[in-house]
Design a protein around this ligand. Structure first.
Ligand code: HEC
Ligand code: HEC
Ligand code: HEC
Ligand code: HEC
Ligand code: HEC
Ligand code: HEC
Length: 238
């Protein structure tokens, strides 16, 4: 079977890598005879997905990633489906997260795809009233998964160097909440993914959940007003 290696110029047009040679990422590319299937002979996509480290090694991303749960698994070829750089960033259409505002905003709201494809249970349970629901309703100021977990340095919560460990939670929440004290974050922290469990545990709470989802759209309309008052007390713009 012949395999097409065609990539549309439209796809790469806005990419930060439009001047990067195909072979810089596809380091294992070989010319094969037409009867050989490229994808089956070499681990074509995975090699490209991790090749990023060859160029992005002078900054923190690679160091942090190699110490994270994800990097430790992906770089050692573990059978667990851990993300390569490309699993989170994409491949031929990567744009600047620093300079391209539209892309940055779209990426911020893509957490359910970026992380949710592998962590469905936690993504579904990211449903607390102040953050998860607002995030899923596309509120741009609501935290994406990585605003709490970090992007390249993700570790289990019980690891004290994890951004969501009890030791570091106050600082993590404090990026947005000036008044974040240790007990503010450790009390509310477990609610962020825990609402689903709590809400389903009693009939009264299930009823309350339904009522809240009914008034959610109404709250949206007063949200701007609410923020200008409550926000100035609790919430600091980043
Ligand atoms: C910035 C790195 C990078 C560059 C540059 C790059 N690619 Fe890729 N490419 C990738 C990654 C990562 C994947 C795997 C995507 C995935 O896993 O879905 C990929 C996948 C592919 C695939 C397989 C698609 C599929 O459906 O499985 C083809 C074909 C391909 N690239 C061709 C090219 C060609 C031709 C060029 C040059 C015009 C190029 N690539 C440049 C990173 C790159
Ligand atoms: C688990 C998902 C994930 C993986 C794996 C991942 N990234 Fe990222 N990366 C992100 C997210 C999310 C951001 C944006 C962070 C933000 O907006 O605060 C980001 C930002 C970046 C940026 C631009 C912003 C900056 O920090 O300078 C670069 C460059 C980057 N990543 C490269 C890489 C490379 C190279 C790898 C592999 C060694 C990698 N990433 C692996 C999720 C990931
Ligand atoms: C041949 C070297 C090279 C390879 C391989 C490469 N990059 Fe890049 N990358 C660059 C250069 C050069 C830039 C533009 C300068 C910059 O912003 O760092 C860039 C920019 C980026 C940015 C945007 C940074 C910003 O402005 O927010 C991200 C994200 C990124 N690369 C991720 C990746 C990922 C993911 C891969 C692998 C699929 C990859 N790169 C492979 C050289 C490379
Ligand atoms: C390609 C699949 C994949 C993607 C994408 C992915 N992860 Fe993971 N993640 C894993 C695997 C596999 C582990 C290790 C789980 C284990 O060891 O049982 C893990 C571990 C974790 C852990 C540590 C908890 C634990 O069980 O060890 C957290 C937190 C986490 N990921 C959050 C995220 C976030 C946030 C994102 C998006 C920025 C993300 N992940 C993207 C596959 C993925
Ligand atoms: C507002 C902060 C915040 C956001 C946003 C957030 N989380 Fe979490 N997450 C936490 C905290 C705190 C914990 C530890 C307590 C717990 O397990 O509920 C946690 C735990 C986790 C764990 C289990 C970690 C472990 O070690 O067992 C995973 C996986 C996870 N989150 C994934 C995600 C994903 C995927 C998203 C986005 C859809 C997300 N989180 C968004 C704060 C957050
Ligand atoms: C990216 C920013 C961001 C991060 C990080 C963040 N929050 Fe929030 N939080 C918000 C926004 C936005 C609201 C909604 C309040 C508003 O509309 O002003 C909110 C509201 C709240 C509220 C209800 C109002 C209040 O201030 O008492 C609590 C409690 C809260 N967050 C706890 C936490 C905890 C605990 C963490 C860390 C696990 C955390 N937040 C991380 C942005 C963030």
């Amino acid at each position: 079977m012949k395999q097409s290696l065609y990539v549309s110029p439209d796809t790469v047009a806005k990419s930060v890598h439009k001047d990067v040679a195909c072979i810089s990422c596809h380091t294992d590319f070989k010319l094969l005879s037409a009867s050989q299937d490229h994808a089956k002979i070499v681990d074509f996509n995975k090699t490209a997905g991790i090749s990023c480290k060859n160029c992005h090694q002078h900054v923190n991303q690679l160091r942090e990633y190699s110490q994270s749960t994800h990097g430790r698994l992906a770089l050692t070829g573990s059978p667990k489906p851990a993300p390569t750089c490309a699993d989170c960033h994409g491949s031929h259409d990567i744009r600047s997260l620093k300079k391209d505002e539209a892309y940055k905003d779209a990426f911020h709201l893509a957490g359910m795809d970026v992380c949710g494809k592998c962590h469905k249970a936690y993504a579904d349970a990211y449903n607390d009233y102040y953050h998860g629901r607002a995030y899923k309703a596309k509120a741009t100021d609501a935290p994406a998964c990585w605003d709490c977990h970090g992007s390249h340095q993700i570790k289990p919560a019980k690891d004290p160097t994890s951004l969501v460990s009890t030791q570091r939670l106050a600082k993590t929440c404090g990026k947005c909440h000036i008044d974040s004290q240790a007990n503010f974050s450790t009390q509310y922290g477990p609610m962020i993914h825990g609402s689903q469990k709590t809400l389903k545990s009693t009939i009264v709470m299930t009823y309350l959940d339904k009522a809240l989802s009914f008034i959610d759209p109404m709250l949206d309309s007063v949200n701007g007003y609410y923020k200008s008052i409550v926000g100035s007390l609790f919430y600091r713009e980043r």
